[in-house]
Design a protein around this ligand. Structure first.
Ligand SMILES: Nc1ncnc2c1ncn2[C@@H]1O[C@H](COP(=O)(O)OP(=O)(O)OP(=O)(O)O)[C@@H](O)[C@H]1O
Length: 327
């Protein structure tokens, strides 16, 4: 039997836009489960502990990608690896790339209504297993540093939505096309830095050209257990969902070549054909950076003063949906 618990992030976009949103969810849920609005990480940990003690086995998360990453980390801490609950995504953030990877289009309210209907009729929900990465102690699905972290630093100065992000990317690209003559933003954001990368079980350096082996300057490292990046179709083409491994894409390309590659990849093309791009499937990685040491996990910008990043495989989670799941 499914015992439903829902955790809502009051700071996620959907709740900020409509302070009554959780009341609507509470009405929809009625006596079919428990809804908790957590206002701090401490409360989030307490609620997950309580859910674990009450054997709640389907946890709904209301929020966006950052909320999902934090809630899954708290669930893992409270439940342990062996008896993790199933997860229901109740979409309510700005970008929602995880929901998009699973093909979930409806926002939280509709999705909860459809879920409750299925549960009431004792119908089964669709399921998909996703592996997580454990980055410096936090669970998530997409890691990015270098140019991506610099871009996010800019984006968070006036965070809007996917459209706002796309406009901003377009602005940087336009400046890049005009070789920095529009506003100089491109070169401020798009630069390389030295990084040391170790991947296990297969070293990244095995399959790259001699030229790249001595070049340990990178524009960006990406790692993911899901195929789609925000604003793209399938970007990580080697990802197999739920296979306990992640794909890393290390990009040493710079300037106009990086720009062309990014435009190609963002419009559905393949980034692997660029000479200074290397990709590998891995289960553990250590990255050391010297300059911009911040990184992004699931769209959250994380400051990391010592520059050391450890990526290990986290647990697999079963995601449920009342809709067909993209695989
Ligand atoms: N379940 C939660 N309970 C309390 N605080 C949370 C929870 N989830 C995230 N937060 C905090 O809420 C703030 C906003 O979260 P975040 O930006 O990650 O939201 P999001 O899910 O990505 O949604 P949006 O895209 O609208 O920002 C952050 O400070 C984060 O630490």
């Amino acid at each position: 039997m499914l015992r439903v618990g829902i955790i809502s992030n009051p700071f996620a976009k959907i709740n900020k836009l409509n302070p009554e949103y959780n009341t609507h969810l509470w009405y929809i849920l009625a006596n079919k489960g428990q809804l908790e609005v957590t206002r701090s990480l401490e409360q989030l940990n307490q609620v997950c502990q309580e859910f674990s003690e009450r054997n709640i086995n389907l946890v709904g998360i209301v929020g966006g990608d950052g909320s999902i990453s934090l809630v899954l980390s708290a669930i893992y801490k409270a439940y342990g690896a062996e008896r993790l609950p199933k997860i229901l995504l109740l979409k309510g953030g700005t970008i929602n790339f995880l929901a998009s990877n699973l093909g979930i289009k409806n926002e939280a309210r509709t999705c909860l209504e459809d879920t409750i209907q299925l549960i009431s009729k004792k119908h089964t929900m669709k399921e998909a297993i996703l592996s997580t990465i454990h980055v410096n102690g936090r669970l998530g699905f997409i890691f990015a540093n270098g140019v991506a972290a610099s871009f996010l630093e800019e984006f968070y100065k006036d965070k809007t939505n996917s459209f706002g992000a796309a406009l901003k990317v377009a602005g940087y690209i336009a400046d890049g096309i005009f070789q920095g003559k529009l506003n100089g933003e491109f070169h401020k954001i798009v630069k390389q830095q030295k990084m040391k990368i170790e991947t296990y079980p297969t070293p990244l350096y095995n399959d790259i050209s001699t030229n790249s082996q001595i070049n340990n300057k990178y524009s960006m490292i990406l790692a993911s257990t899901v195929p789609k990046l925000p604003l793209t179709t399938r970007f990580f083409k080697k990802v197999v969902m739920g296979d306990n491994s992640a794909e890393m894409i290390a990009i040493s390309e710079k300037g106009s070549k990086l720009l062309k590659g990014a435009i190609k990849a963002l419009s559905g093309g393949c980034i692997y054909n660029l000479p200074n791009v290397n990709s590998i499937k891995f289960q553990k990685a250590n990255i050391t950076c010297e300059e911009n040491t911040s990184y992004s996990l699931d769209g959250d910008l994380i400051s990391n003063p010592d520059g050391k990043i450890s990526i290990e495989m986290g647990p697999n989670f079963v995601f449920c949906s009342p809709y067909d799941i993209a695989k």
